[in-house]
Design a binder for this molecule. Structure first.
Ligand code: SF4
Length: 345
């Protein structure tokens, strides 16, 4: 297993994804991509922004996202969780991983300016506010927008957007009016610390309505390599970055898509991963993690192979094992708590 270095790739992509002088980042234009076809049931704004409905009616009994970010956003904003089931999001155009199951087309995820447009945090926020105004009094809670999500691509290649967004929201005095949800793939090493000053990071830390959602790209070195094509040793890097974000004082949640083409010793491998999370990140990190299934979208379908189809089948067994292993490690009371009720560290 060889693979590329995602941290070096992030630094290579970065100059094409940021305009520091004008405080802008490159967002993906989704019009004309395979992903656009998948958005027919979702709201799609200006060919760039879209809304993501977290729990769709067909998924309600499963609660794949363990109620977040809706529950934490609702708590902070004083509204019902149903009114936080939809997020408004833009996708940073450029990613330093190449996951086969990614729902974004590579052309809109490789800092390709043909499928990108530079946006400032103010412009991003204004677009959110304009769309929010249209349906905020609707009887359908899925049309209400209380969460502004910064997604990708990989946000932490250009972490300045997080600071600029906090700055823009505070300038507009909207800090108690919306919740910010930021995604990361945990494969950018020290980028957050290298590109933001201590003062900027402190402003982010003190911004109350902000959660970071990190996504593990495998549960061992083999699955990390199989999913991303990156060098397997960067699997270990994910725990380090996760821990560092938690130590930074951020409210960090996580995901794992438990796909694997090999079901061999699945319980042992998942148990080891869960215990590493407890030891290297925090005692409650597994309870602050969601394990939703990968769904096959247009761009994913084009990349399917027999091994990947097998990986999709195996994820259901892995999700079952994950729940069983949680039950061995935590009390009934802890298992019933919402992720945001458990300490980050
Ligand atoms: S890290 Fe996320 S955006 Fe990047 S390729 Fe993987 S799934 Fe896609």
């Amino acid at each position: 297993m060889k693979g590329y270095d995602p941290i070096k790739l992030a630094e290579k992509l970065r100059p094409k994804m940021i305009d520091p002088e004008n405080k802008k980042v490159l967002l993906a234009i989704l019009a004309g991509t395979g992903q656009e076809k998948d958005l027919s049931k979702e709201r799609f704004f200006e060919n760039i922004f879209r809304s993501k409905i977290y729990t769709k009616p067909e998924d309600r009994e499963f609660d794949y996202f363990r109620g977040e970010p809706a529950a934490v956003a609702a708590l902070e904003l004083g509204v019902s969780p149903e009114e936080c089931n939809a997020a408004f999001l833009g996708q940073i155009n450029g990613c330093n991983l190449n996951c086969w199951y990614c729902y974004v087309d590579r052309i809109a995820n490789s800092a390709n300016h043909k499928y990108g447009k530079f946006f400032s945090a103010e412009e991003y926020l204004n677009q959110f506010l304009a769309e929010r105004r249209k349906f905020q009094s609707s009887a359908n809670p899925d049309l209400k927008l209380n969460i502004l999500r910064i997604s990708g691509g990989e946000v932490f290649i250009v972490p300045e957007i997080i600071f600029w967004m906090v700055e823009a929201i505070e300038k507009a005095r909207l800090e108690n009016d919306l919740y910010v949800w930021v995604d990361s793939n945990l494969a950018t090493g020290n980028s957050y610390w290298n590109h933001l000053s201590a003062e900027q990071r402190a402003r982010i830390e003190h911004f109350r309505n902000l959660g970071v959602c990190v996504c593990y790209k495998g549960f061992d070195r083999e699955t990390f390599y199989e999913n991303t094509g990156a060098a397997p040793e960067f699997f270990d890097e994910q725990f380090r970055m996760h821990r560092r974000l938690v130590e930074e004082g951020l409210d960090v949640y996580s995901y794992l898509y438990p796909v694997t083409s090999s079901a061999k010793n699945l319980r042992g491998r998942l148990s080891l991963f869960m215990d590493r999370l407890r030891e290297e990140v925090s005692e409650f990190a597994p309870l602050r993690m969601a394990t939703p299934p990968i769904k096959v979208y247009g761009p994913t379908e084009k990349r399917l192979t027999p091994a990947r189809k097998k990986a999709l089948e195996n994820q259901l067994e892995a999700m079952k094992i994950w729940k069983e292993e949680l039950q061995k490690r935590y009390t009934r009371e802890q298992l019933h708590m919402k992720p945001h009720d458990l300490p980050s560290r």
